[in-house]
Write a protein that binds this ligand. Structure first.
Ligand code: FAD
Ligand code: NAI
Length: 486
């Protein structure tokens, strides 16, 4: 068996792993990356990128059908949805991104090993290569970046034809009449809204009392819930999917709500009830690496496991299971191995839920602020309906809400529901990381006419004196006049 030795071996080429490998090579370390399936991981191949491509197409279609006539644009005939061509386009987007990752790894002299890795000891991996052989790989340091997979619920084993995980849901290449989506979290609502935009009758079956519970600001969720209803998506709350059976070409799903059973007929059922870390694979446990009761590899603030030369990053390490958190950890771990002093001490991991309208957040919710001991808060909100750019886009649903400490005016949380929330949230993340005060946002000139002005006006609203909404009581505005930058 051939043996190769490296300074750093990264297992898994998702947004955690490939970024770590590139930074490691940049640090002058002899680096290899091992990947069993696809460069770019879940994110580039069956997660972030394909889902956003399809969501964009659905949004575009919705705009053509609903907004174009208002704007005076006439479409001569029906706009047709060709799901097969859409899959071809989606794949081209993913392939382009994965090809870019390969070029970056090679350009940075990272050795790419295609195959499935398993720990033999804390200094050696056995790799079953895609070519059919076995290789032994030794290294001074290992980084586990093997990600997560969809959770199955009893009785709903994935066949990716009738019972789909997100992977099957993103591969649908036919026009569905109807779909049942079990789980009203990130994936259920992103894929559910996307299918609804393509004309599928969607029913969301959610176990909790609400949608996106604990995942987004409740006021933001209300805006999305109203839009889902308007767009014809049915939502069943406190509902339990019990079983399913084949019916014709489709499925019949039995759901229990309020003690009564209901049968939902559909073309397919999607199960999107969360993801579990892949810590039961690659003999991670077998070599003594500690795993917590939720299945995450236990790590410290450097993302070091209990075995000092082995690190873990991304979905396998801890929540939140988000690509940008994985990449941040990847850079950090490479720099630690390269000798720099680093630790994971971010103030916020911004999040985006690509529903209609988008929800994005940085920092704490009101409840989280109170739990963290901030009892006296200043909260300001500014609606997109009062923003010229939003009006010209016909995207007036939603608002930006800023939560600040009443005494210091330091920004503690920003919650956006509305157009381009995904792009607007980075300003908030920067403000929170830098310990900015509300005045710092309010006194920054934002270009006109842009959606970004909503952030400035939300800051002014927090101080009691937004210009483009009438704030009451009027005296509050004077007492809360902005102070000059310190
Ligand atoms: P992964 O991307 O899961 O990559 C792990 C890699 O390791 C895989 O390629 C796997 O093949 C490989 N691997 C596993 N075991 C082995 C082994 N033994 N040997 C060799 N290789 C191995 N996050 C966002 O931030 N924004 C989004 O918009 C977003 N959208 C999403 C949409 C969907 C439908 C899904 C499912 C997820 C989405 N996510 C999103 C989450 C995001 O995809 C993950 O947080 C991210 O991919 C985690 O990165 P990672 O590097 O930890 O692992
Ligand atoms: P999730 O945790 O976001 O939501 C799961 C939902 O399913 C919850 O609302 C939960 O109450 C519900 N649920 C659980 N068991 C159930 C059952 N038996 N019946 C009915 N409902 C049930 O999980 P999801 O949507 O699978 O996404 C996994 C993760 O992937 C996310 O938490 C996020 O970290 C990541 N992701 C991120 C995206 C983004 O950043 N835009 C997009 C998609 C995924």
């Amino acid at each position: 068996m051939a043996t190769q030795s490296f300074d750093v071996v990264v297992v898994g080429a998702g947004p955690g792993g490939y970024v770590c490998a590139i930074r490691s090579a940049q640090m002058g370390l002899k680096t290899a990356i091992i990947e069993r399936e696809y460069l770019g991981g879940v994110c580039l191949n069956v997660g972030c990128i394909p889902s956003k491509a399809l969501i964009t197409a659905g949004h575009f279609l919705h705009k053509m059908q609903h907004d174009a006539p208002t704007m005076g644009l006439t479409i001569n005939g029906d706009v047709k949805v060709d799901m097969k061509q859409m899959q071809v386009w989606k794949k081209s987007v993913c392939d382009r991104m994965a090809g870019g990752v390969e070029a970056l790894l090679k350009g940075n002299t990272v050795t790419i090993i295609r195959g499935e890795a398993s720990f033999k000891s804390t200094t050696e991996l056995a790799v079953k290569t895609s070519a059919g052989g076995t290789e032994s790989i030794t290294a001074k340091n290992f980084v586990i970046a093997t990600g997560s997979r969809p959770i199955e619920i009893p009785g709903f084993a994935f066949d990716e034809k009738l019972v789909c995980s997100s992977t099957g849901g993103l591969a649908i290449n036919e026009n569905l009449q109807s779909a049942v989506v079990i789980g009203g979290g990130y994936i259920g609502l992103e894929i559910g809204s996307m299918l609804s935009n393509f004309g599928t009758k969607v029913t969301v079956v959610e176990a909790s009392k609400g949608l996106l519970v604990g995942l987004a600001d409740p006021e933001c969720v209300q805006v999305v819930a109203r839009k889902l209803k308007k767009n014809g998506v049915d939502v069943m709350l406190e509902a339990k999917a019990k079983s399913w059976k084949k019916s014709g070409q489709g499925v019949e799903v039995t759901v229990e709500v309020g003690g009564k059973e209901q049968v939902l007929k559909a073309d397919k059922v999607l199960v999107t009830v969360g993801r579990r870390p892949n810590s039961d694979q690659a003999n991670i446990k077998g070599v003594g690496i500690a795993i917590d009761d939720k299945g995450f590899v236990k790590v410290n603030a450097q993302r070091r496991t209990n075995v000092s030369n082995i690190f873990a990053i991304g979905d396998i390490a801890c929540q939140p299971m988000l690509a940008h958190k994985a990449s941040h950890e990847g850079v950090m771990v490479a720099e630690i191995i390269g000798g720099l002093k680093r630790a994971y001490e971010v103030k916020t991991v911004p999040s985006v839920i690509f529903v209609d309208p988008e929800i994005a957040a940085a920092g704490m919710t009101e409840d989280e602020c109170k739990a963290a001991g901030y009892m006296d808060l200043k909260i300001g909100k500014f609606p997109f309906a009062a923003n010229g750019r939003a009006v010209s886009l016909l995207e007036t649903d939603g608002f930006i809400k800023i939560i600040a400490d009443a005494k210091s005016h330091i920004v503690l949380g920003v919650h956006i529901v509305g157009p381009e929330a995904s792009n607007l949230i980075s300003e908030a993340a920067l403000a929170i990381e830098m310990g900015a005060r509300v005045e710092d946002i309010a006194l920054t000139i934002h270009p006109h006419p842009t959606l970004g002005e909503t952030m400035m006006e939300a800051a002014e609203a927090t101080l009691g004196h937004a210009i483009h909404v009438i704030q009451k009581p009027l005296t509050a505005a004077k007492s809360a006049a902005p102070r000059a930058h310190a």
